[in-house]
Structures are given as C-alpha cells and as structure tokens.
Design a protein around this ligand. Structure first.
Ligand SMILES: [Fe+2]
Ligand SMILES: [Fe+2]
Length: 452
C-alpha cells in the first residue's frame, strides 16, 4: 500500500483525507503534527510516496523551503503537496490551492502513483474498511453495520459487529474512545457511501474565521451535495440534515454579506467548473438579497427566507445536473435528447417536490415551502410559467427575477478569463420584456437600484 505523511493538526481534515486517500487511491495516511516529526519519519522510511502539508507551515519556524531543502539534501524522491495558495511556489511542490478540494488532492496523488480510476476500481480490497473513530462521532446513524476488529492471532483478525445499521450510534462509542481505539470498520462494499455521508463533518469548518472565500465556498458546496444526497434518499429532512443545511445556508448568507461585489463572487465560482445547482443558488441568493434590500417591505428575515429557499429549490435536480454537467438551465434539460423521460418528469415537477420536501424541515421558516413551490411561477409547482401572473407570493417573484438574472449572468460569463462586468441596463431591459406584469416591474426597479 502506498504511504503519505500528512502534516496537520486539523482533525476534520485529517479524518477526511485519511479515508478518502485510502478509499480512492489506496494510500495509507500517517498524520504528524509538525514538519520535524514528519521528516523524522521520512528518515526512517524514505520511500514514502508523498508529504502533504498546509501552506501555513511557512509561518512556523520550519517552513516549506526548509523541508524541500532537507528532502533534496538527503536525496529523497518524495514529492511535496502543499495545500493553499503560495505566493511564489517553488516548481518542486505540487500546489492544491483550496485545502478542501479533496478531488484535486486525489488527482495529484493518483498522478504521483501513476494510477487511474480504472486501476482503482479493479483493485481488490479487503472485506472491511477502516474508518477513523473520530468520524463516527460526527454522525448519528450509519446506513450499514459497524464492526470492531480484534486480533485473534498474529495478523489474524476477527470483525465483531458492534452497531447495527440504522440504529443510533450515540453513546455506544464512548467505550472505544476510552480504550484509545483508532479505527472502527465498515464492510468494504459500503465504504464509498459511508464516506460520502460522513463527509458532512466538513460542515464544522464553516465555523472557522480564517476561511478564504474560495475555501468557504468549497465547503458549502460539499455540504449542499451531502444534504442533497441524503434528503433525496430519505425524502425528508432529518434533524441532523436540517442542522447541516442551516450551517450551509448561514454560510451562503455570510458569503453574500461579506462579498461587496457580485463580480468577485462570480469570478470565484466560474473558475471552478461544474456544479451548476450550487453556483446558481449562491448567485441567485446574492441578487435576491440585494433586491430585497431595495424593496420598501424587505427585511433581513425575508432575505434569509429566500436564501433558505434557494438552498433547497432545485435540490431534486442535483443528480440530473451531475449526470449532464454541461446543462445550463432547466429548459436546457427539458429539451435535450439525451435526458430520459423520467428525468424530464422530475425537471417538470422539481419545484413541487422541493416544496413538499421543505415542509418536512423541522421548524421550517413560515412560507418557505410555498415560495420554493412557486419558484417557476406556477402555483402548483409543476411546469414553468410562460406568462408570469400575479397569483404567486411577492417573495417568489423576487426569486424568479433573481434566478433569471443569475441564469443570464452565468451563461454569459462561462469563461473565467472573460472580463466580468454585469451590464445591468441590458439585463433590466430583458427582464422588462419577459415579465410584463406591474408587480414584477416593482421588483425589476429594485434590481436596477440594487448594488451589484
Ligand atoms: Fe434554480
Ligand atoms: Fe428550478
């Protein structure tokens, strides 16, 4: 098995990296708290495949350059992967700009190890897969049985089931924590599903104050995807998923409040390809919040309600957009030949389905389910309005205008190198053409006044 050393004191990252590297590239991770300990280990086993560290290591007395120097002087061939944007990176390091961008870390590792996704899929894995105990403390239930490993004989292991699938994990872990057990086990066939679910632990990182906008966005994107996967499977929002969603929604609110220019937000989102559902929910929330701030009856409470609604409004489309990553809007999905009839039906019903789902959110903000249902201008939540009428709630109208603007902008600035400048006048003219009813006109006027 390949080996890496991860220099980190961040327990969330440690657990996530540990399981993902093991599951996706078959790498064993040893965690060290500082560069000195890492280099000591490297001296003992110089054929370690890579060392991963944060750019913050530069602030400590043993910086990245010193590590490189040491590795070179000892003539080790160990590549160094640095997490975070370095000002002037040496060409000897592999930089992963966003430390939460696990996918890129996995790609870098696969490249170092010269393995492909196909190699990994064909690889034989043992029947049980280790999961750090810390990861279990973040979830209330596991979808599969959990096992404890005992060594019967030298290298002869026995796996005892200790927690049954779908039962509360609760206090049953304490005993193992007290004993200093590091890993518990899940059946290997369930490992990817388990890891995906447990990845919601990344949500804790949203509480940090030192996140860059990119980092916050990446964590929020992951949170939204975990929520989507989970709630679509269960068709309801559990207390656990509600609390995770709340953190994701609060994070979108924070991004909107702390990014003075829409341009900055757009640039960052466009630079990262894919995930249209996440991106347009963020952009549309931003625009809707600006519109609400210019409407006489607008309040913080309504701004937050709309952000909440945007988080869930297209959640049923997440798996469909994932399958057709180049699709740019719901209309696009409806008219494509490669989208199946069944999927098209979900597209037609997605507002209604999302409204029903939001109703299951414990203490759902009043009326949020309704504005989700109406987000395409239909009171039933089925289909897409062509003539936008007055029969829907005023907040839904704001959502509709904000979505229209965000779809337009995201289509226009598909290319991150293009100069991003939103032509408000042209967008407003388009809106006046499309939404002719006078109650929409009020919203468009607020959009014209809004700071973007
Ligand atoms: Fe949408
Ligand atoms: Fe939608």
């Amino acid at each position: 098995m390949s080996q890496v050393i991860l220099i980190s004191r961040n327990e969330v990252i440690n657990s996530l990296y540990e399981v993902n590297l093991r599951a996706y590239v078959g790498t064993n991770v040893t965690i060290k708290a500082n560069a000195r300990d890492a280099l000591q280990l490297l001296d003992l086993s110089p054929n370690i495949d890579a060392v991963i560290c944060f750019k913050e290591l530069n602030d400590a007395d043993s910086g990245i350059d010193k590590m490189l120097e040491y590795i070179e002087q000892k003539e080790y061939n160990t590549p160094l992967i640095v997490l975070g944007e370095l000002e002037s990176p040496s060409d000897k390091v592999i930089v992963v700009k966003n430390k939460y961008d696990l996918k890129q870390v996995l790609q870098s590792m696969a490249k170092i190890l010269e393995i492909t996704a196909k190699d990994m899929a064909q690889k034989k894995v043992p029947d049980f897969f280790p999961i750090p105990l810390k990861m279990f403390s973040q979830i209330s239930k596991s979808h599969c049985d959990i096992f404890y490993r005992v060594e019967e004989d030298a290298f002869q292991f026995n796996y005892l089931p200790i927690i049954e699938a779908d039962s509360e994990i609760g206090g049953s872990l304490q005993k193992y924590i007290d004993e200093g057990v590091e890993n518990l086990y899940v059946p290997a066939s369930e490992r990817l599903k388990f890891i995906n679910k447990a990845s919601s632990m990344v949500v804790q990182e949203l509480e940090r104050d030192d996140l860059t906008l990119e980092e916050r966005s990446e964590v929020t994107r992951q949170v939204m995807n975990v929520v989507a996967e989970e709630v679509l499977e269960n068709e309801e929002i559990s207390a656990e998923m509600a609390s995770i969603s709340k953190a994701g929604i609060a994070s979108i609110e924070r991004m909107a409040k702390e990014t003075p220019k829409l341009r900055n937000l757009l640039k960052m989102l466009i630079e990262n390809p894919g995930d249209y559902c996440y991106k347009h929910a963020v952009v549309a929330s931003y625009i809707a919040r600006q519109i609400i701030s210019k409407i006489s009856w607008g309040s913080d409470e309504q701004a937050n309600k709309v952000t909440f609604a945007f988080f869930f409004h297209d959640i049923f489309l997440v798996p469909i957009y994932r399958k057709y990553p180049d699709a740019l809007s719901e209309e696009d999905l409806l008219f494509r030949d490669d989208v199946t009839d069944e999927e098209k039906q979900v597209v037609i019903d997605h507002a209604k389905l999302a409204g029903q789902l939001v109703k299951t959110f414990p203490r759902c903000p009043i009326g949020a389910d309704m504005i989700v249902t109406q987000h395409h201008g239909m009171t039933s939540g089925q289909g897409f309005a062509v003539n936008f009428k007055d029969d829907i709630s005023p907040l839904s109208k704001i959502m509709i205008i904000a979505e229209e603007v965000s779809t337009n902008i995201l289509q226009e600035f598909e290319d991150a190198d293009a100069k991003i400048k939103v032509n408000k006048e042209a967008v407003a003219n388009h809106l006046y053409e499309r939404f002719r009813n006078h109650t929409y006109k009020k919203v468009i006027e607020a959009f014209e006044e809004a700071k973007l």
